[in-house]
Ligand binder design. Structure first.
Ligand code: NAD
Length: 301
C-alpha cells in the first residue's frame, strides 16, 4: 500500500516539513490541508515543480480529508505563530484549541487510524488534547516534544566542547516550553558521561537549549528547519517501523498527560518507554513540568 503522510497546517513549519518529505522521497503520497485552501494549493504547485529535479516521486493531494483514511502518519502543524509573540508557547493555547476543535472531527470522520504526530504548540498540552479528542490509542498520538530542545542542547554542548554534534547523546525532557530541563545524567560526550568528559557550566548550557528557539523566533518570527527535520525523522521512523528512540511528547500514565520523555517509536507509535534513572533533582523538574502541562490541558478541555 502507498506510504501516505498528511500534514494539516501548511504555514512555515508545515510547508518546510512537506518539502523535506518530498525531497527525501519518504512518502508515496502526501496530503496537504490548510483552512487557507489557496495557500495549500499554491504550495502544492511549488512542491510539484521540485519533483522534476528529484529522483523520487510523491503524489501530492490537496485539501482532501478523505485521503487521510489510510494515512500512516498525520502531522499537525496547525496554529497561529503570531499568537506566540508573548514569549511563551502557552500563548497559543486558545488559538490551538480552536484549530483542534475544528480539525479533530474532520480527521475522525475520515476514518484515520494511523499515528498522529503533533507539532502544534503548546506541544505537550496539545498532544494531550489530541489524545482527549481522537478515538485512537494514546500510544498512536505523540508530539515532537523535547526532541527539538534535545537537538539544541546537543548543539550547545558540541560547540562548547568542540566535538561533533553527532557524538553528543542524551535528552532534554519535560515540557517543550520554559520548564523543560536537560537530564544531564543521560548526556554522554564521545561515549563518556559528560561529568567525566569535561567540566562545564550545566545551567548555562541548559539555558542555551531553552532559549535557542527564542533566538531564532526573535530574528525571523518563526522557526522551521530544526522542527521540520525532527518531524521528518519521526515520520520516517513511524512509516518504516524503525523502533527508534525520541524524547517526544508521549503519554505518561502517572500524570495522565503527554510529556517529553524518551519513547521507542515504530509503525503504531510508542512501542515502549525505556526506564531512565533520573536524579532526584531531574525527577523534581519532570514533576514540575507535568503540573504545568496538566494546567494548560485543563484550560483546553
Ligand atoms: N513543537 C515544536 O518544537 C515547534 C517548533 C516550531 C513551531 N511549532 C508550532 O507549529 C505550529 C505551526 O507554526 P507555523 O510557524 O507554521 O505557524 P503559521 O501561523 O505559519 O501556520 C499555521 C497554519 O495553520 C493553518 N490553520 C490554522 N487553523 C487551521 C484549521 N482549523 N484547519 C486547517 N489549517 C489551519 C493556518 O491557516 C496556517 O497556514 C505553531 O503552533 C507553532 O508554535 C512547534
Amino acid at each position: 500500500m502507498a506510504r501516505t503522510i498528511g500534514i494539516i497546517g501548511i504555514g512555515h513549519v508545515g510547508v518546510t516539513t512537506a518539502f523535506n518529505l518530498v525531497s527525501k522521497g519518504i512518502a508515496d503520497k502526501l496530503v496537504l490541508i490548510d483552512q487557507k485552501a489557496e495557500l495549500a494549493e499554491g504550495e502544492s504547485y511549488d512542491l510539484k515543480d521540485a519533483l522534476g529535479g528529484l529522483p523520487t516521486y510523491t503524489d501530492i493531494v490537496v485539501n482532501d480529508y478523505d485521503a487521510l483514511k489510510d494515512a500512516d502518519v498525520v502531522i499537525s502543524a496547525v496554529g497561529n505563530i503570531g499568537a506566540i509573540s508573548n514569549g511563551d508557547r502557552i500563548g497559543e493555547t486558545k488559538t490551538s484549541k480552536a484549530a483542534l476543535d475544528d480539525v479533530a472531527p474532520k480527521l475522525k470522520a475520515s476514518g484515520f487510524h494511523g499515528v498522529l504526530l503533533d507539532i502544534t504548540n503548546p506541544c505537550d498540552a496539545v498532544t494531550s488534547y489530541w489524545q482527549y479528542l481522537l478515538d485512537l490509542p494514546k500510544s498512536q498520538i505523540i508530539g515532537t516534544g523535547t526532541s527539538l530542545d534535545t537537538y539544541r542542547m546537543r548543539r550547545a554542548v558540541a560547540e562548547t566542547l568542540h566535538v561533533n554534534v553527532a557524538d553528543v547523546r542524551g535528552y532534554n525532557m519535560g515540557e517543550h516550553g520554559e520548564s523543560q530541563f536537560t537530564a544531564w545524567s543521560t548526556v554522554r560526550v564521545n561515549n563518556e558521561p559528560i561529568a567525566e568528559y569535561a567540566k562545564v557550566d550545566y545551567d548555562q548550557l541548559a539555558d542555551a537549549a531553552r532559549a535557542g528557539g527564542w533566538k531564532i523566533y526573535n530574528a525571523k518570527h518563526y522557526t522551521s528547519y530544526g522542527i521540520a527535520t525532527i518531524a521528518t525523522e519521526m515520520a520516517q521512523a513511524i512509516i518504516s517501523d524503525a523502533k527508534r528512540i525520541f524524547p517526544c511528547a508521549n503519554y505518561d500514565p502517572e500524570f495522565g498527560i503527554a510529556i517529553g520523555h524518551p519513547a521507542t517509536i515504530g509503525k503504531l507509535g510508542v512501542v515502549n518507554t525505556p526506564e531512565l534513572k533520573l536524579t532526584d533533582d531531574e525527577r523534581a523538574k519532570y514533576v514540575h513540568s507535568a503540573g504545568i502541562i496538566k494546567d494548560t490541558l485543563e484550560k483546553m478541555k
